[in-house]
Design a protein around this ligand. Sequence first.
Ligand SMILES: Cc1ncc(COP(=O)(O)O)c(C=O)c1O
Length: 324
Amino acid sequence: MNRVALATLPTPLESGGRLPGGANLWVKRDDLTGLGAGGNKARKLEFLCAHALAAGAKSLVTVGAAQSNHCRMTAAAGARLGLPTHLVLSGEEPSHLVGNQLLSAMFGATLHHTGLKDTDWPALEEFRQRLTDQLSRSGSAPYSIPIGGSTAIGAIGYALAFDEIIEQCAALGFCAEAIVFTTSSGGTHAGLIAGLVRARAKNPKKPLPRIVGIAVAKGVAMSVERISELTTQTLRLLDCPARVDFADVIIETEYIGAQYAVPTRAASEAATWAAHRGAWVLDPVYSAKGFSGLLGLDAKNEFDADSNIVFIHTGGLPSLFVAH
Ligand SMILES: Cc1ncc(COP(=O)(O)O)c(C=O)c1O
């Protein structure tokens, strides 16, 4: 599978001391992937952009919420690779740009403010399709990336991240019991499960972590069926004949709160906990809700005392400077 170097890898795995329930916390710093202020999308974009270049693309198109980290990182990838980038965003054009939009504009992307709600994913995807068709007709040869970069090609980045985490844990002398992270469009989740299924097929006796996605949006890719399907496609690209089991797909939905991007008290407390413990900066839309899920599971005694739990910090810093 083609890959273009965009991320600074491996990212660090830092000790987070003990959780209140007694397990050891480890923080996988995918907020430090380096590309355009960092975050999980750099791993997916290495494969998506390689595919785009191999297909002869001359521009990139993608879509997301007004403060999409994925859009900002795609704009950064476009800048690095010399590909003009178009971003289809929810919401109206603001009087001045802040957070991810400010960075996206700095990276030279064209921002298309659709006026659509950030929960209206089908309409946003339709807009992307129409724009892609227009750009194709005008000879811009666009490579069009669905929401979150969550295709099987993008998910390969997280199948490889699974191996990276397992190797780092082994070097530190333990096998993790769980890998916990924020899930939204599902590519990170499907990729990690593909990594798990492939590792299990290679060595069925090896203890491997369960993969626990903490959902932050209703109705994007939250079904077990959808994540399984994306995992199956990813395994196919990896030439791995092993099959995903529905039991491998764990999605915790009770930490979303009222809706996508609406702050929760638990997330705010989790962000404070992480900031005090390790100076880890979590954002209210994604990583803090994900970490609130980890602390919630710990409070329900889901993790054995003395076990090792890895939290993937998927980034999101720029939206901290935007009112929610
Ligand atoms: C900071 C952050 N964390 C987690 C996620 C979720 O990743 P995925 O869309 O692959 O489920 C996103 C996606 O936009 C994100 O920006």
